[in-house]
Design a protein around this ligand. Structure first.
Ligand code: F3S
Length: 62
């Protein structure tokens, strides 16, 4: 599984980095980024949960 954040869409709500800090972190620009690719299998479920929880659908996993 790979994860990515569309920075043009992210509003910096921080849900993803709260739910799955193993994959998503907030950067200096106040927006999230996926910093572990591919996503380790043991956190795929939480990465998916983070993607599902993003209010603006900025996270793509697959
Ligand atoms: Fe941005 Fe969505 Fe995460 S708005 S901070 S990608 S939950």
């Amino acid at each position: 599984m790979k994860a990515s954040v569309d920075k043009d869409t992210c509003i910096g709500c921080g849900a993803c980095s709260s739910i799955c800090p193993e994959v998503f972190q907030m950067e200096d620009d106040g927006l999230a980024a996926a910093y572990v690719n591919p996503v380790p299998s043991e956190v795929e479920a939480t990465a998916q949960e983070a993607a599902d929880s993003c209010p603006v659908d900025a996270i793509h996993v697959g």
